[in-house]
Each structure stands twice: as structure tokens, then as C-alpha cells.
Ligand binder design. Structure first.
Ligand code: CP
Ligand code: NVA
Length: 308
């Protein structure tokens, strides 16, 4: 079994295997119904336990469909309904029970520490379905979407991010190291990523370019990514932060500087992007959301040691 916690800890070879498997599986689903099984139902008999400490629409549904299409099943827990949530049962005991009843555990949490603690006690694969510091399933799926639309390896493309230095950007930075792509980040100076994230880039002799001017960050980009300015874990002065990001609003004028670009956004959106862009021709956000199903199927295959 293998965990899927942070892109930085998974080899490029394995990540590429996951993407290749997803491509094949997606092709073979043409004409099938949503709950029709993939050939040979490779995860028949397996159950994925999902637990959410924060809201989710896409991650919840895409993992449900992913495991079902592979022949398995899922049950979704809300942390506040467990003894653990109210503090009455230890994390270690909870992990042992999850491992006794389940085959895999997908956790969306408001604590990175909780992920490290669960890993200590689980006997089944753990998948990080978003933590304060990363969102690896989202970003691996986004790499898939970029290559699917652009029909080129991501290493040959100019990728821009406009927005906060949050969990999604952290995973995108890890992906830029793993897949060797050029990354331009447009955000206010005092909102740049933490040192430990940038150290990963330095250690791997890669570069990320930061811009205080969104125009410079997106000029001639092939892909422009964004995300909400205020994330689920943000305990900030919302008014101040929103004001600090005002200049980084994404509208059609900004996109004119990148005539060949596509626009991607993990969703849900806030007020960082205009309707014109979000719903416009360059936007592929719905395809991006659907691809989570395809890529997460292959992430499950990886975790269950089923990828050849
Ligand atoms: N993009 C994403 O993870 O969406 P949810 O928060 O709805 O799961
Ligand atoms: N950065 C966002 C991503 C939501 C999918 C958040 O953490 O709220």
C-alpha cells in the first residue's frame, strides 16, 4: 500500500504512471454510464472511508465516483459525528478501527499535524483530500487537464498563478519541481509562500518567478491558474486581505496579455475572477472539475498497488 499525501514525496515516475493510467481509463469510459464499472473492476470489494472536517463538493463526489467505477464502495464520515471529533476517542484508536473496517482513508482536514498522526497508526493508505498546506489530488488532476487540453507535456508550457499562497499553490509549486515546468506567481509581496515551500524549489535547483504586477505574471502564459483569496483555513482579516489582492483581479483585459492561454480554477470561486473570464471561452473549469474523477481513480490504483 502507498499513501498519497504530498506531491513532493512521490516520485515523478509514479506521478507519471498515475497520469498515464488516468488517460487510458478516461478513454475507455466513452459511452459508459456514470456508475458502469471499469473493465475487470480492479478495486472490487474495497471500501474507501472518506472523512471531512471541512466543506467539500467536488472532492467528496469525485472520490465517490472514482472508487465506485473501479468496483469498490465508499462511506463518508463527518468528523463531528465521531467520538474522535468530540475528543472522546484517541486518534490512534480511531485509526486502528478505520484500518479494521476499511481499505483506504481519504481525509480532508484543518490540521496538517492530524495527517502525520494518522499516518503513524493507519494500516491502510491515506489520501490527503486537502489540508491547510496542500491539495495534492487537485493539482495532479490539474496537470492532467493542462496536458489534455494543450496536448503537450507541462514542462513545455508557461504556467502562471494569480492569487494567494495557499494549499493549492503549494502543491502547484511541488508539481513544478516534479514535472519541471516554469511557474510565474502573481501575488502581493507579503503573501508569498512560506520558506519551507521555497526551500523545496531551491533544493531541487528550480526557479519560480514572483511578480507584484499581475500583468507581468501572466504575459504570454499558456495556463493561468487562480483560487479564492480567502481559503477555508484562513483566519485573517478578510476585508484587509481582499483589499490587498484587489490589483490581482482576473478580467478579460488581463487575459489579453496571454492570447493563447487557458484559464483554470479549482473551485469554489470567490470574487477574484470576472464572470467573463470564468465562464468565457478560455476557461476549462468544468472539464478540470470532472477530471478529478479520472485522476483520482488512478491515485486509488496507485495506493492499492494496482498500477503496473
Ligand atoms: N476543488 C475542491 O477541492 O473542491 P471541494 O472543496 O468542493 O471539494
Ligand atoms: N484554497 C482553497 C481550496 C478549496 C478547494 C481552500 O483551502 O479553501
Amino acid at each position: 500500500m502507498k499513501h498519497f499525501i504530498n506531491l513532493k514525496d512521490i516520485s515523478t515516475k509514479s506521478l507519471r504512471k498515475i497520469l498515464a493510467d488516468a488517460k487510458q481509463r478516461k478513454k475507455k469510459r466513452i459511452g459508459l454510464n456514470t456508475l458502469d464499472l471499469d473493465k475487470n473492476a480492479p478495486l472490487k470489494g474495497k471500501i474507501l472511508i472518506q472523512m471531512f472536517e471541512k466543506p467539500s463538493l467536488r472532492t467528496r463526489l469525485s472520490f465517490y465516483l472514482a472508487i465506485r467505477q473501479l468496483g469498490g464502495g465508499t462511506i463518508t464520515l463527518r468528523s463531528n459525528e465521531l467520538h474522535l471529533g468530540k475528543g472522546g476517542e484517541s486518534l490512534a484508536d480511531t485509526a486502528k478501527i478505520l484500518s479494521t473496517y476499511g481499505d483506504g482513508f481519504m481525509l480532508r482536514t484543518d490540521s496538517d499535524n492530524k495527517i502525520s498522526e494518522f499516518v503513524k497508526y493507519l494500516k491502510i493508505p491515506l489520501i490527503n483530500g486537502l489540508s491547510p498546506s496542500s491539495h495534492p489530488t487537485q493539482v495532479l488532476s490539474d496537470v492532467f487537464t493542462v496536458e489534455e487540453i494543450k496536448q503537450k507535456p507541462i514542462s513545455k508550457l508557461r504556467i502562471s498563478w494569480i492569487g494567494d499562497s495557499n494549499n493549492v499553490l503549494n502543491s502547484l509549486i511541488a508539481a513544478s519541481v516534479k514535472f519541471s515546468f516554469k511557474l510565474n506567481v502573481g501575488c502581493p509581496k507579503n503573501y508569498r509562500p512560506k520558506k519551507n515551500i521555497l526551500n523545496l524549489v531551491k533544493k531541487n535547483k528550480k526557479t519560480i518567478n514572483f511578480f507584484d504586477d499581475p500583468k507581468k505574471a501572466v504575459t504570454n502564459a499558456d495556463v493561468i491558474f487562480s483560487d479564492k483569496v480567502i481559503s477555508l483555513n484562513d483566519k485573517v482579516n478578510i476585508k484587509k486581505k481582499t483589499k490587498d489582492f484587489k490589483k490581482f483581479y482576473i478580467d478579460s483585459n488581463l487575459l489579453k496579455l496571454a492570447p493563447k492561454c487557458i484559464f483554470l480554477h479549482c473551485l469554489p470561486r470567490g470574487s477574484e475572477v470576472s464572470d467573463n473570464v470564468f465562464l468565457g471561452k478560455k476557461s476549462h473549469v468544468w472539464q478540470q472539475a470532472l477530471n478529478r474523477v479520472h485522476v483520482q481513480k488512478s491515485i486509488l490504483m496507485y495506493c492499492f498497488n494496482k498500477l503496473r
